[in-house]
Structures are given as structure tokens and as C-alpha cells.
Design a protein around this ligand. Sequence first.
Ligand SMILES: [Zn+2]
Length: 298
Amino acid sequence: MGLLNWKHSSTYPTTPHRHRVAILDNSGSDVSKEKGTLIFKGQLYGTLGTGDIVAVNIPLSKTCPHKNAWHSNLKRYKQLHRVIESMCAEYKNEIFPISTCSSMVAPMKRATTWLMKTLGRDVREGEMVFIEEVFGKESVFVDSVGRSRKDCRALDELIHFSFHESRGERVLCGLRGAVGANGVFHLTEPTVHSVSRTYGDTDRGVDGINRVLKEHKCTDKCRNWRALPVDDVLERCVPTAPPLHESFPNPESSSPSHIFPPQSLSSTHSHPPPYDAVNDVIADLPPSYSELFPCGRQ
Ligand SMILES: [Zn+2]
């Protein structure tokens, strides 16, 4: 999406029914190749965001007649949104400088000869495409293994927070997006590494989590959070792993400097975030922390 530079400020409704998107195939349209997907400039129709210019993702090698083809993309966005919501609450009165772009799956309005030639395959009208909101020129802030490309402390803290928010089950990285005029990071689809390895092809599982944790450099703020137990993540995946409560102390046994009071973690789980575009696509959520590690204390 790095070649797309258009701005708008709409937020899309979370139920993607009735959305359609037309690829703008006029000369000069930007095309970006990434992960087997071409990204085109498109325009929304029949929605609250009618006329908005968006980034439209279309696979190079396969057709997508069903929205389930974009299951992993939506799931990664949902995880990003969830972590941001939780972390924002922890900032309390401070200005929180991170938001997500909107995303959704919608049918393509028309399939042109130009589009088929560019993709190198047949394209049918109504094929499901993945749409991302565009805020400006995209940059990579943190790469897919957690190396910081720019000095963005809030994003480093987001990565650290994502590990604790998921109780050691997931970590965000691959943070890309645009910086708004107000200094807010508008993030697009991240990479998610998970113990359950259920976040798509870029999810490297426990190895991915460990790599990100090793690359992470704490800021003044996240340094006071619980230490990142890099070795424990590895150990708990082998039969000789120590009891879970030794690897991840429960909130009541944590040190006084622990920043998450017990009620903040429980409130995270008892109040699902409002964004639920993925729920009508995903039937099987990843196993819970307690399901994966039944011997551990909650
Ligand atoms: Zn940190």
C-alpha cells in the first residue's frame, strides 16, 4: 500500500453488506505487489463511504468468490484493534497516539480488461476483495520480526503491551501505516505471531513471539511492566516446561510495579471491543489461554 497517497476521514460501518468497490483503472493508478497480492486504488459505492478512495487487495493467483478467503486479514486487524482499545485505557489521561485503519471485505463492482491484464488472470465481477482505509503515504515502523525501523516509542510499547494483553499468547509486530497531521499513527494490517499459530501465513508461532521479544527494546514506560519472559515462552512449549504460574505469575502475585491491575485484564475480556467485522467470517476462534494450558491459574 506504500504507493497510495490519498486521504479521507471516513470510518466504515462494521457490517460489510451492501458495500461494493470499483477498481480505478485510469492511467496512473498505483499498483503495489506484496505477499502475492496486488493493491489497487479503488472507490467505494453504495455505502456510507461512497466515493471514498481506498486500497483494494486482490490476489495474484486465485479468485476469491467468498469472503472467508480474507479470514486471516480481518483477524489480524481485529487483534490490532483489540490491543489498541485495551492499551488506550491504560494510558488514562495521556494522549494515546495510535489508531487503526478500517478494513472490510466487499465484492468488486466491475472487472475490466485492464485489471485482468494487470493481474494476469481472469477476474469476475463480484469477486471478493479486501479493502483498507487510506490515510496517507505508508511507512513501515516495525518489521515482521519486531525490528524497529523508526524511533516510535508508542509502537514499541504497543508491541510489549500486546504480549501481556494476550497473557503471553500473541504479540503484534509488522506495524505499518501513516502518521496523521496530529501525530497519530494510523496502522494498517499487522503481523501477529501466536502460540496457536492461527493468524495466517505470516504467523511464525512461538518462534515468532520469541524473536519479537528479543528484538524489543523497552521504553521508559514499558520498562516498568512485567519483564518479557523470552525463555519461558520457549520452555512452556516442551513437556519439561515449568508450571505455568512460575512462567506467568497471575496478577495477584505480580510485583507492585505491575501496571495492569487485575480488574483491567478481566474488564478486557468481559467487554468485547465494538469492532466485530470479523465475527461474521470467523467461526473458530483460537483456543483460550486456559484451554491451551489447563494446569495454569487464571
Ligand atoms: Zn518494553
